[in-house]
Write a protein that binds this ligand. Structure first.
Ligand code: NFE
Ligand code: MG
Length: 582
């Protein structure tokens, strides 16, 4: 008899996500449902507003990638009004985006996802001297991994445990059979977990140098940037460079070696060396480095081309056709099911709740429980599609497509990683690959980001413009969009302006692509698809499900752009091993 596992909410993410899976008699996942459980309606709030204010609203879509939505809100209006901001403004925006990515990716690996790979309790059993030696296997210059550092780390964690204040280390599945690091390796990673907390502060300060604060920076405006005093201050520019180097050093001396270590240890673990899921990938050019060059390029690769690439066969990378993007709501709690291009998109809510079902609870008793309505609507997240097909977005898509395009900066780093781990290129197409590609993306930014800084400093010597003026003609209609890459993948905002105010605004967000429900044809979204075939060792401890879903770095606040008016109903944590018959 098939069984249903409900993980609700999946924690250590932004927002509220419920995942239900059906497993067969061998505990292998045969069906999956990704359900976002809260709604807000930022797109509705934007209607009728002055387009110049849009960025200040869109940045409130999320508390994590606030900058991504801020810049998207500003840039979509610039696109509509055909404004080309000065190079100084573009490069300042790059520097702020670098601050965001170098903040976000390490936070994800260490503080949101790391404990899926790292057993903190095991780290307490490690020999710190052996661990200090072990750290040299993965880098010539390990950070925070001297024997003294590691003794101090163990003491800090042990004191935490002794007081019973487990904080972020509570409620995990310590000792789970799929944890693969040795106690010494776990200790190295825990030391970096603590160090990464300090790095969060530094990266936030990098953003605040030009953005005035973080989160929710304030210095972008339609037409340019307002941080003129900071750009004219050598001390402020120097401060950015110092902090950049500090964070870049962490990426190279801790993050990179830790992912190499995890790659080696987990290479043969079936729950992470599969799970690519939706193999259609998209990325968008990002990180303008100078007047003409970007660090990453755009492209779309459909599944057959991704498979050809990793099998060493001929493949193609297609240019992105923005006209092929739609969002539909067959299984989402909105009125209009049909697919609409984002310029025509709509989001009138139609909530139909979960459904009552007889399931077997943890004690083996028949009980009434709420489960997703498989045939009906089951999430607040719409289903974005490209030419009618789901796409996976995020660092995996960005790295694979740029590797396929022959992007030299990307290829060098990916080839080094494959050499350091001995992994084949096929290993990238997996849950482990998603986690590794996020680190590789951070490393490529850390290794090349100062090019944008140098270009800005040089340009400021000959050009002091930071703003392009413009007029909005209330008798004219405009439409425009922003496309770019946020830390979780391709982000687009689409605006139509009429009578001088916003007529329609749609945000199609990275986590909307990845957390998408099924569409009218029953085709699954990326989270759902990546769970199919996953074998779960112990149904009462579904760590494998959490690890796969976390590898996407879910942000459900972004995906639904929502705020709950009635209060938070989903505060109870439930891992329901209920042998529901289906
Ligand atoms: Ni809320 Fe976001 C990013 C955007 S959502 S974190 O990155 O855009 O996937
Ligand atoms: Mg939207």
């Amino acid at each position: 008899m098939s069984k249903r596992i409900i993980v609700d909410p999946i924690t250590r993410i932004e927002g509220h996500l419920r995942v239900e899976v059906i497993v067969d008699d061998n505990n292998v996942v045969t069906e999956a449902y990704s359900s976002a459980t809260l709604w807000r309606g930022l797109e509705t709030i934007l209607k009728g507003r002055d387009p110049r204010d849009a960025g200040f609203f869109t940045q409130r879509i999320c508390g994590v990638c606030t900058y991504s939505h801020y810049r998207a809100g500003i840039s979509a209006v610039e696109d509509a009004l055909k404004i080309d901001p000065p190079l100084n403004a573009k490069l300042t925006r790059t520097l702020m985006n670098i601050a965001l990515f170098l903040h976000d990716h390490p936070v994800h690996f260490y503080h949101l996802h790391g404990l899926d790979w790292v057993d903190v309790v095991s780290a307490l059993k490690a020999d710190p001297h052996k661990a200090a030696q072990e750290a040299f296997k993965y880098t010539d210059n390990p950070m925070a991994c001297g024997a003294d550092d590691l003794v101090a780390t163990q003491k800090r964690v042990a004191e935490f445990v002794k007081k019973g204040h487990l904080g972020p280390f509570a409620n995990a599945y310590w000792g789970h059979s799929t944890y693969k690091l040795t106690p010494e390796q776990n200790l190295i990673a825990v030391s970096h977990y603590l160090k990464a907390l300090e790095l969060q502060r530094t990266a936030a300060q990098m953003m605040a140098i030009f953005g005035a604060k973080q989160p929710h920076p304030q210095s972008l405006t339609v037409g340019g940037v307002t941080c003129i005093m900071d750009l004219q201050s050598p001390a402020r520019l120097g401060e950015y460079m110092t902090k950049f180097k500090e964070v870049a050093e962490f990426v190279n001396r801790a993050y990179y070696p830790d992912v190499v270590m995890a790659g080696l240890a987990y290479a043969n673990e079936p729950s992470v060396n599969a799970g690519l899921g939706v193999a259609n990938l998209v990325t968008y050019k990002e990180f303008q480095l100078n007047a003409t060059e970007f660090l990453f390029d755009s492209g779309v690769m459909m599944a057959e081309d991704v498979i050809a690439l990793v099998s060493g066969k001929p493949f193609t990378v297609q240019p992105l056709d923005e006209g092929k993007i739609t969002e539909e709501a067959t299984h989402a709690w909105y009125k209009d099911d049909a697919p609409y291009h984002p310029y025509e998109g709509r989001q009138e809510p139609k909530y139909t709740d979960l459904k009552e079902a007889q399931t077997v609870n943890d004690k083996g008793e028949l009980a009434s429980s709420k489960v997703v309505d498989e045939a009906g609507k089951y999430t607040w997240i719409k289903a974005p599609r490209y030419d009618g097909k789901p796409l996976q977005v995020g660092p995996l898509a960005n790295i694979v497509i740029n590797y396929a395009l022959g992007n030299k900066r990307v290829k060098a780093v990916v080839d080094k990683f494959l050499k350091d781990t001995g992994l084949p290129i096929t290993a990238v197409a997996s849950t482990l690959g998603r986690t590794a590609c996020r680190m590789l993306e951070a490393k490529i930014i850390a290794d090349n980001g100062l090019e944008a800084f140098t270009a800005l400093v040089n340009n400021l010597k000959v050009d002091d413009s930071t703003y392009t003026s413009y007029k909005i003609d209330p008798t004219k209609e405009y439409k425009g969009r922003y496309m770019g890459n946020a830390p979780r993948g391709v982000l687009s905002h689409w605006v139509r302006i009429k009578n001088g105010v916003i007529e329609n605004w749609q945000a199609v967000v990275p986590s909307t692509w990845n957390a998408s429900p099924k569409d009218a044809k029953g085709v699954r979204g990326p989270y759902e698809e990546s769970l199919i075939g996953l074998k779960i060792a112990d149904l009462s401890q579904p760590l494998e499900i959490i690890r796969v879903v976390h590898s996407f770095d879910p942000c459900i606040a972004c995906a639904v752009h929502v705020m709950d008016k009635k209060g938070n109903e989903m505060s109870s944590y439930k891992v329901n091993v209920n042998g529901a018959s289906c």
